[in-house]
Design a protein around this ligand. Structure first.
Ligand code: GFB
Length: 318
């Protein structure tokens, strides 16, 4: 393990996007640190408005920012709301990163996504394949905004010496996910579809696409732990991947979720729906070499997520 470069002790830590899956996991994880966690809902500060962000940050003066706010969604949402995905993400990250510079925030961590890498990038994808080829068309709008966020951090490091870093998580799942079938990511969608099929006694579940694309899945509590690790052990450097190494086809993911839920029926595939990128496996060597690895395996993580879902999910989706 490398030496600790930054201590959160006694720091005022703003989690931007604390109502989302990643932000809420960060708030849970930060409870174990000796720091003050700051959150602010939309009524307090509209992150799309530059003046609102600058005024709020100048009055609150956080020492540390986790930038987990943004417009996110699965393949269908990304493909059907391109303007919202590019505009909201660009505005939120530009407003927060620039204000963090003005307010002399000591450290900021920006969250990107594995879709910043080219659609047909060499696998597993190392940090160096950024901007080496065309993006996956279903999410290029989101990807371009996230690439701009990485470059904003790099530019503020280069020009002003701000310690602004960025982390690129692989596909996520876990408590606090969005379970709306049209806008959710695949893991949450298949959990809802499988749960409903089991309750209704249906013997078929419809999967979008061919079922052959591969995805790597990271439990959001592992991500939050990795992000707190990076805040402490990674400084003044380029974007860094954070994956689990747990890669499965969508077909196998459906089966894993079927096992967690106790569904024994069949699956059908709707090839008129997009597959997206054929494969998106992160090369996480860099974070492993720093001394961090994701502890949760997909099977146990999915069982835990289903238990959380039964306890906590909005009754309208159950
Ligand atoms: O998670 P997902 O929506 O997004 O879909 P991406 C992954 C794969 O699951 C695709 C298939 O091959 C889908 O065709 N799939 C099967 C389904 N059934 C379903 C279903 O019911 N719902 C959904 N949503 N998918 C996202 C990007 O890409 O990855 C985001 O759009 C972000 O920008 C995120 O980067 C991490 O993995 O394809």
């Amino acid at each position: 393990m490398t030496d600790k470069l930054y201590s959160l002790n006694g720091k005022r830590v703003w989690v931007a996007g604390h109502r989302g899956m990643v932000g809420s996991a960060l708030v849970r994880r930060l409870a174990a640190e000796d720091c003050e966690v700051i959150t602010a809902g939309r009524a307090m500060v509209d992150l799309l408005r530059q003046e609102a962000v600058e005024t709020w940050m100048a009055s609150v003066r956080p020492d540390v920012v986790f930038l987990a706010a943004g417009k996110v969604g699965g393949i269908y949402a990304n493909d059907s709301l391109p303007a919202e995905f590019i505009y909201n993400n660009l505005m939120i990250e530009a407003n927060i990163i620039h204000s963090a510079h003005l307010c002399e925030v000591e450290k900021l961590l920006f969250l990107g996504s594995s879709c910043i890498y080219p659609k047909l990038a060499h696998q597993p994808m190392s940090e160096d394949v950024l901007l080496s080829g065309p993006l996956e068309p279903t999410n290029e709008w989101y990807a371009v905004a996230k690439i701009a966020g990485i470059k904003l951090c790099a530019a503020y490091r280069k020009q002003y010496g701000n310690d602004f870093i960025s982390a690129m998580p692989t596909n996520l799942y876990g408590p606090g996910d969005n379970f709306d079938l049209l806008s959710s990511h695949v893991a949450a969608a298949l959990l809802v579809k499988t749960h409903r099929a089991k309750l209704a006694g249906d013997s078929k579940i419809e999967i979008w696409g061919t079922g052959t694309p591969k995805r790597e899945f990271l439990h959001v509590d592992d991500l939050a732990d990795g992000l707190v690790f990076l805040m402490q052990y990674y400084s003044n450097a380029s974007h860094i991947n954070i994956g689990s190494g747990d890669e499965v086809t969508i077909r196998d993911l459906a089966q894993t979720i079927g096992d967690a839920v106790g569904y024994t029926g069949e699956y059908t595939y709707d090839a008129t729906k997009p597959d997206g990128a054929p494969r998106k496996l992160m090369d996480s060597t860099r974070i492993h070499d720093l001394g961090w690895r994701a502890p949760t395996k997909l099977k146990e993580g999915m069982a835990h997520t289903y238990a959380w879902f039964l306890e906590n999910a909005d009754k309208s989706v159950l």
